[in-house]
Design a protein around this ligand. Structure first.
Ligand SMILES: [Zn+2]
Length: 266
């Protein structure tokens, strides 16, 4: 099975997507992101001891959650949930920048008639299947001031040594009143952010931060403080507190709340 996976990884993503749609076809579940009908959703997360020790939401294992076709998970659907009820998608047009674009969320955003879609990533070659993807270093984002109404940036900042510079850039490229939807794995044990941006030791990074290429593990409150330090109005969006029936139907993680950073009006 492993060698089949390696071979299929060489195929272009739209082809892999089509193959997975056939392979995992079933009538039990429909993915709200990619609209595939599948037999089962799968487990994701876990694997590093620190994730359990520090109660890391967005990191610890979750059963029956991941779409086998687009690989969308609870946090991807949380972002969709927020946008679908908070972003006035049907009324006014929105310029949306999607950083490190998740494929299922990309498909969902492309179905929204009022969304003007832009995508970027540090390693844009990995995302050739995303229309118009632009390579960018978030600490020197190649976008003019006040370019976007919404920026989506999930599970990116924990990879960036100078996260304050990246946060300042995200604020700069938002229009006044615009919003950044920022997720990372978050430790909920109240013991603070663990970081070492200069560390270059994948084994040690995995042990301390929960993944070989992370340079920190954020405490969620500290993350909000860092957002405020660069000028965001920051708050946590609680899907269950907003519509618990819909949140449960989407199998959202009750522990996961979405940090929203609003750029103050000028
Ligand atoms: Zn899907």
């Amino acid at each position: 099975m492993a060698h089949i996976r390696e071979l299929t990884n060489l195929l272009p993503q739209p082809v892999r997507f089509g193959l997975r749609k056939v392979l995992f076809y079933g009538a039990r579940h429909r993915c709200v992101l990619c609209l595939s009908d599948v037999r089962e959703f799968r487990a994701h997360g876990g694997g590093a001891e620190v994730l359990d020790l520090r109660q890391v939401v967005g990191g610890i294992r979750r059963e029956g959650d991941r779409c086998p076709v687009c690989h969308g998970v609870d946090r991807t659907r949380l972002i969709m949930f927020y946008l679908s009820i908070e972003a006035d998608l049907g009324k006014s047009s929105l310029r949306v920048l999607h950083v490190a674009p998740e494929f299922g969320l990309y498909l969902w955003l492309k179905r929204q008639p009022k969304v003007e879609y832009f995508a970027t990533d540090f390693d844009a070659v990995r995302y050739r299947h995303i229309e118009g993807i632009r390579p960018a270093d978030l600490t020197a984002a190649p976008f003019p001031d006040e370019s976007f109404d919404v920026v989506i940036c999930s599970h990116v900042l924990e990879h960036i040594p100078d996260d304050r510079k990246a946060l300042a850039e995200l604020l700069r490229i938002l229009r006044p009143g615009g919003r950044a939807l920022l997720l990372t794995p978050f430790a909920l044990d109240g013991k603070g952010t663990e970081e070492d941006p200069a560390l270059n030791d994948p084994v040690e990074q995995d042990r301390r931060f929960g993944q070989w290429d992370h340079v920190r593990l954020y405490d969620r409150e500290d993350f909000l403080s860092r957002m405020r330090a660069v000028g965001f109005d920051a708050a946590l969006f609680d899907a269950y507190g907003t519509d618990s029936a819909r949140a449960a139907a989407l199998h959202l993680n009750p522990l996961e709340k979405l940090p929203i950073g609003r750029k103050p009006a000028a």
